[in-house]
Design a protein around this ligand. Structure first.
Ligand code: NAD
Ligand code: IPM
Ligand code: MN
Length: 373
């Protein structure tokens, strides 16, 4: 029997709370579908800093390189805000992405019908929404050199005397590989890709546009490609999000646009993601799965967090890392069923109000729905 290896990194804040609910889901698949998961757990972020003085231990990094998939909760929190930049919790997450070379970050935003009234936008704008943001994840201004904060000598024209530098840098190869990922995914969906950059003000944006167009013309002429400036893209996402199928964009624009897209679905607590790299020996991509949301310090420890983003991230692992598409569909249907029944965590309370369920209760409902389907 195939055993699927999974490294769980709960992290900080609500990370461990939502991960406990994924554990229930994994248990259900083991007991009811005869699947066998080899689950190990380790520390990342502030939790790793507290234990080891670094946000990701080398041993954890090595483990992440070996498993079929990594599932990460969230990192960060006010307790760690004043740490040196090099050991901040977020550095642990960025190290995982970079060293595993997870260049394609898939952030689907789907509006479940039952939640169409909970978005901050009108039902007619978001109902039936199903878009996929493909965010480049291992380059751009997040990693470009030079970077840092340094003294500006005794420059009399610079009050404060300091300079902060980050560099937006993309190679053609980095753009081409993420563009390919987006075109491949588009072929399995609506066959349309919209590429977003700011070619009007950035050379890296001009290169981005040219290289995406090159990949299209040479390898995917059958897919419909359009280009949009990212600021207009942000506006269009809120004005008429259903005009999009797949959006491909750089690391920073993708970060912002996917948070905006989250609200189209009702809550940041709903949005899963998959970060994929090159294929491993078994033919499946190297992969880490994580909700789009963070550690939510404002609600951590209160049992209020919505575990659906993390549960749906595990569904993406079933699909992309374990080739268990039917099981992924089943889990997504279970979530849909629970929402259709009116079960809501606090973040999904609309203007009508009602009584929210806790994180653990939401997990229990999903497991019950799995059995009922
Ligand atoms: P956040 O995503 O943690 O929270 C933003 C808002 O959304 C908060 O009001 C929060 O309560 C709410 N929210 C988020 N997830 C929720 C869920 N599952 N259920 C219900 N409500 C939810 O973003 P932030 O406050 O800007 O950042 C907090 C910390 O998390 C920072 O240290 C940041 O760097 C980190 N962060 C980590 C990740 C990650 O680990 N992938 C992602 C984003 C932010
Ligand atoms: C995300 C987060 C991360 C990012 C942070 C925590 C490093 O906001 O995954 O969206 O900026 O990529
Ligand atoms: Mn983000």
């Amino acid at each position: 029997m195939t055993t699927y290896s999974l490294l769980i990194l709960p992290g900080d804040g609500i990370g461990p709370e939502v991960m406990a609910e994924v554990r229930k889901v994994i248990g259900w698949f083991e007991q009811n579908r005869g699947l066998s998961f080899d689950v190990s757990e380790d520390l990342v972020g502030g939790a790793a800093y507290d234990a080891h003085g670094v946000p990701l231990a080398d041993a954890t990094m090595a483990k992440a390189q070996q498993v079929d998939a990594v599932l990460l909760g969230a990192v960060g929190g006010p307790k760690y805000d004043n740490l040196d930049f090099s050991v901040k919790p977020e550095r642990g997450l960025l190290r995982l992405r970079k060293e595993m070379d997870l260049f394609a970050n898939l952030r689907p935003a789907q509006c479940f019908d039952a939640l169409a009234d909970f978005s901050s936008l009108k039902r007619e704008v978001v109902a039936g929404l199903d878009i996929l943001i493909v965010r480049e994840l291992t380059s751009g201004v997040y990693f470009g050199e030079p970077r840092g904060i340094h003294d500006d000598g005794n420059n009399p024209e610079n009050e404060g005397g300091r300079v902060g530098i980050n560099t937006q840098r993309y190679t053609s190869g980095e753009i081409r590989r993420v563009a390919r990922a987006a075109f491949e995914l588009a072929r399995k969906r609506g066959n349309r890709v919209c590429s977003m950059e700011k070619a009007n003000v950035m050379e890296s944006g001009i290169l981005w546009r040219e290289e995406v167009q090159w990949v299209h013309d040479n390898e995917y002429p059958d897919v419909e490609l359009s280009h949009m400036y990212a600021d207009n893209g942000a506006m269009q996402l809120v004005r008429n999000p259903r005009q999009f199928d797949v959006i491909v964009t750089d690391n920073l624009f993708g970060d912002l646009l996917s948070d905006a897209a989250a609200m189209l679905t009702g809550s940041l607590g709903m949005l899963p993601s998959a970060s994929l790299g090159a294929p491993m020996a078994n033919g499946r991509p190297k992969a880490m799965y994580e909700p789009v949301h963070g550690s939510a310090p404002d609600i951590a420890g209160q049992g209020k967090a919505n575990p659906i983003a993390c549960i749906l991230s595990f569904a993406m692992a079933l699909r992309y890392s374990y080739d268990l598409g039917a099981e992924a569909d089943l889990l997504e249907k279970a979530v849909e069923k629970v929402l259709a029944e009116g079960v809501r965590t606090a973040d999904l309370m609309g203007p009508q109000g009602g009584t929210p369920v806790s994180t653990a209760e939401m997990g229990d409902h999903v497991v019950k729905a799995l059995s009922a389907l």
